[in-house]
Design a protein around this ligand. Structure first.
Ligand code: ACO
Length: 354
């Protein structure tokens, strides 16, 4: 029984591909490194959605719709916000997404996340929401709506790099969920709610916060090697290592590291993280020989999210802002196939008597 569906092909896609043995993430034929250096997040989303986000929509049209989408999402803040701000952020974001009308366009659905998350975080601090500036890109505008002042260029650039790096990577668990929801002809907004719910777990999108907790714990122990031994001997998992598809180092880890190097204050932490990573890889190969557990993107992701001024419980929701573009693209592509996803289970329960 293949309970994790390893190696099972469940869709055909022109959108993205993760080559786990060569360490490549491709989006519409572009490497993730090329997307970061040449297109940025909004440009990459437009490239990803082109031809799916409504008939005849050009890349320029998609880009223009982002700003309008944020303005509409801001006008719709209200009903859900007060109750959602009383709940943990992970739930508040679910309430924000649940309030997105079914008939929303892809840009309107995607815009609900940066606008809603910034408003939720501010509301928890007793601050009122800040209106979007449609002339800015998603990352810069999110930080502006969050902090109430424009972000410095390197900070906004780092978040833009992060969003681009995590936008889409094949049939990961949350993207698969989004496709299953869309395959029933449910709305794209519903597919995004499904994707988000799958994303929240610590083995998937919820990983960056616990990854930073782990780094802090290892640093506080004063002896990284002894800490690693205790953790692995006790059957624990090291956050930031291992991946269902990658058998080599995740290329996005290095793209994020490069961006982090431009942010002065994170340099000391980067050196600690690099030392931790070296020791952790050695410990993993001793404890799990033959498993090829390599570095995924989470350590550098956690350092980056921290360096751009986010609180730990915001890491997963902010990760979800970047990934929502992938959920939407895959949901649109799945709807075009017209085929409902409905696998079988091997029934091993009791039979009726007689
Ligand atoms: N630390 C220690 N051992 C590990 C780790 C890890 N990070 N990852 C896998 N293993 C071990 C498992 O315990 C298992 O060992 P066993 O066969 O002796 O029981 C073996 O390696 C294979 O593990 P699987 O669970 O089959 O691997 P899977 O493909 O399901 O795991 C996953 C992928 C969930 C990402 C896993 O590597 C993990 O838990 N990593 C830590 C959490 C993390 O960093 N998540 C972010 C992933 S990236 C993303 O989704 C955004």
């Amino acid at each position: 029984m293949n309970s994790g569906l390893e190696g099972v092909i469940a869709a055909e896609t022109v959108l993205s591909h993760t080559d786990g043995s060569r360490g490549v993430v491709l989006v519409r034929g572009h490497t993730v490194q090329e997307l970061i250096s040449r297109h940025g997040y909004d440009g990459s989303v437009a490239l990803l959605w082109e031809g799916f986000a409504g008939d005849g929509l050009t890349r320029a049209g998609i880009l223009e719709a982002f700003g309008d989408g944020r303005q509409l999402a801001f006008q719709r803040l209200g009903g859900w916000l007060e109750a959602a701000a009383q709940r943990p952020l992970i739930e508040g974001v679910r309430m924000c997404l649940a309030a997105v009308p079914d008939e929303s366009t892809p840009s309107q659905i995607a815009a609900a996340m940066p606008v809603g998350i910034a408003a939720l975080i501010r509301s928890r601090r007793g601050q009122s929401p800040v209106a979007p500036d449609p002339s800015l890109g998603t990352a810069a505008d999110f930080l502006r709506m969050l902090h109430g002042a424009p972000a410095d260029e390197p900070i906004a650039g780092a978040l833009d790099t992060y969003f681009t790096a995590v936008m889409d990577n094949g049939l990961n668990a949350s993207t698969f969920t989004a496709r299953v929801v869309a395959s029933t002809r449910a709305s794209i907004a519903s597919a995004v709610v499904g994707g988000y719910c799958t994303f929240t777990g610590p083995l998937h999108g919820g990983a960056p916060g616990p990854t930073l907790d782990m780094l802090d714990e290892a640093a506080a122990s004063g002896d990284i090697d002894a800490w690693l031994e205790r953790k692995l001997a006790g059957g624990g998992r090291l956050m930031g290592f291992g991946h269902r598809v990658f058998r080599v180092r995740d290329p996005r880890a290095d793209a994020l590291r490069e961006s982090l190097q431009h942010l002065g204050p994170s340099v000391g932490r980067l050196a600690f993280a690099a030392d931790f990573e070296r020791r952790a890889l050695a410990a993993l190969s001793r404890h799990k020989p033959g498993r090829s557990l390599q570095t995924n993107l989470e350590i550098n992701a956690a350092l980056l999210l921290d360096a751009v001024g986010l609180e730990r419980d915001a890491f997963m929701p902010v990760f979800a802002i970047g990934r929502s573009a992938g959920w939407i693209a895959h949901a649109l592509e799945q709807q075009k196939t017209g085929r409902m996803i409905r696998p079988l289970a091997n029934y091993i329960g009791p039979q009726p008597p007689g």
